[in-house]
Design a protein around this ligand. Sequence first.
Ligand code: MN
Length: 357
Amino acid sequence: MDKIWANSGDSHVLEPEDLWTSRLPAALAARAPRTVKDDRHEAIHVDGKTVFRTLAAFLEGARAPGAYDPHLRLEDLDREGVINQVLFPSAGLWVYRIEDAELWRSCARAYNDWMAGEVMTVSPRLVGVAILPQISTADAVAELHHAAHLGFRAVMLATSPPEGREYNNPDWEPLWSAAEEAGMTLAFHVGTGADPRMFRGEGAVVINYVETFVPGQRTVSVLTASGVLDRHPKLKVFIAEGGASWVPALADRMDEGYRQHGAFASPKLSRLPSEMIYSQVFASFQHDVSAVPAFAAMRYPNVLWGDDYPHLEGTFGHTQETLHTLFDGVDARAADAMLVGNFDRLLGTTTAIPAPA
Ligand code: MN
C-alpha cells in the first residue's frame, strides 16, 4: 500500500499537568482547568465549576506515544503519514468555559507562551493555534498581537461564545480588523464554549456528538449574515472537526434567505453569502465520506482533512487505512488540495512532502 502523505488541519496537544500551576500565581492556578480521574470517570474543575464525564472519552491520552512529547510526536507523524499538524489544545479547550476575565487572560497567555516556546520550536511541522480570551474584546486583541509576535498563524475562538458576546455583536469589530490586518486565521474548534451536551438517556452519546457540530455551523451563519466576512474580505474562518459537506447546504440556505427576505435584511451585503463562504470559510473532517464529494461534486473548494490526533474521534493507528478509503480513485488535483494545498492556503505555510525514509 503506497503511503498517502497528508497535512492535518485538526490535531491536539496533551498539555503537561503543571502547565498553569507552574506559570500562574497560586490563586489563579487553583481555578485553571484541572482534571481528576478515578477508575471510570474524570472530573474537570475549572473556574469554580466541575464537569464530569466518563473516562472513555479521554482514554486517548494514553494511546499515542507522542501525545505529550513533541519529539515523539514527529515519529508518530512519520509513521502515520502526516506532514504538518495544526495543534489545538486539549486541557486548554476547557479555558473556553471560564467566566472571569483575568483568569481567562492569564490561562491563555501561559498556554500560548508554552505552545510557542516548548512545542512550535521543536519543528515547523507543529503549527500551534493560540488561545484567545473572550470576555473582553480588548483582551482578545492584545492576545492576538502577542500571538502574532510569537509566530502563531491562527487564533482560536469558541463555537459557542460567552453569553451576550455573540459574534454579530459590534463589540467584536476590533478583533475582526486585527485578525485581518495580522493575516491571522480565526479557528473555531467544535465543542468549545457552553456545554454542548443537550441530552441524557437513550441515544445520548451519539446525539450529543452531533450537537457538538451545530454551533460551528451557527458561527458561519452569524459571521456571514452580520457582514463580518463582507467587511473583512481577507479574513479566513476555519471550523475544525465539524465535517465539510454541511457547508454547501448552509450556503444554499443563506442565499435563499438573503434573496427571498433581502428586503428586510440588515446589513445589506455586497456579495452573496455563498460567495463569501466559498472563499473565506474552511472546514475539516476526519472520516466523513461525504466530505470529498463536497469538494469534488459540489465545488466547495476549502475542504481539508484532519487526523484529530490523539483524540478518540481521530485516525491514530488507522490513518493510512482511512486515507486510502477516502482518497483512492479521487482525482489527483482534488486529493492534493484536500490533503495538502488547502492547509497551506489556510495557514500561509509551504508544505514539503518528507523524503522517503
Ligand atoms: Mn479536534
